[in-house]
Design a protein around this ligand. Sequence first.
Ligand SMILES: O=CC(=O)O
Length: 323
Amino acid sequence: MTSELPPLLVMGPPALYSLFQSQNSNKYRFLDAFSSNLPLLQFLQTQQIHPSSVRAILCNPLQPVTADVIRSLPSLGIVVTVSVGSDHIDILECLRRCIHVVTLGTQFTADVADIAVALLIDVHFKISAGDRFARNWGPCKPLASPSGSKLGGKRVGIIGLGRIGGEVAKRLEAFDCIIMYHSRNKNPSVSYTFYSNVVDLASNSDVLVLCCPLTEQTKYIVNKEVMLALGKDGIIVNVGRGALIDEKELVQCLMKGEIRGAGLDVFENEPNVPEELFALDNVVLSPHAAAYTLDCFMDACEHVAKSLDAFFSSKPLIISPIT
Ligand SMILES: O=CC(=O)O
């Protein structure tokens, strides 16, 4: 019976799909390529699936959908990713083959913006560092050093004022922060100061929040020059992609006190996190989990289900713009 279901090649950790899988196990035969160590074609062989019968991939940023993967599946017609970003998918190859690429729309926006603000507050007020301190607080220990200054009035430079960046701005305005931004284009519908140059934005900011997609143009958009321009009182928050920052330089700047701190949800070579960061109290780390609530997952599942249903019944797809 299950062998008659259309195969759905799953590329990404099963935990991310378990909810979707539990709701749709009667519709698709789930092929967990992520947990297999075999090359794709060999894996399919072990499942007795011919490559030409795979028409759909469900993926997430932890496993790339490369041109080689796409080329090995001659009937592939859709790649659905449980993410807003699509940098893990070879989009050019998909375009060349007219393969639909479906990303999430607004399902993760609010949670990611909330976590960006949470990371900033944590780094600024040293909440996680204070938590570690409090657990070993003894009568002879000095109090932790004060956190410096108020969050209100801080100049926050947002890199990428899209849906998530806009929500971060809205939240931080409520904390009386002064918002400024860098984006591909100036947004005429907001009054925040626009900087076309990231170094200029950094020199005029106390905090940089990275919310933009990773592309050839944005890789290492925060390099050493930008970090030095931000300066030793500056904080960086990254909820975009690890490779938006030159991570080696970031580690050096944090260790040398050339910037004040960082709140990081994403890393350049996930799941590897630079070990030097573990000993630093001015860093708050999060395992690419900014959109990790059940609510988000339920919304994402609905979107994925609708997209795959539409594809397999040849109906129009709801396609979010690729960012
Ligand atoms: O990383 C998560 C996403 O792109 O949604």
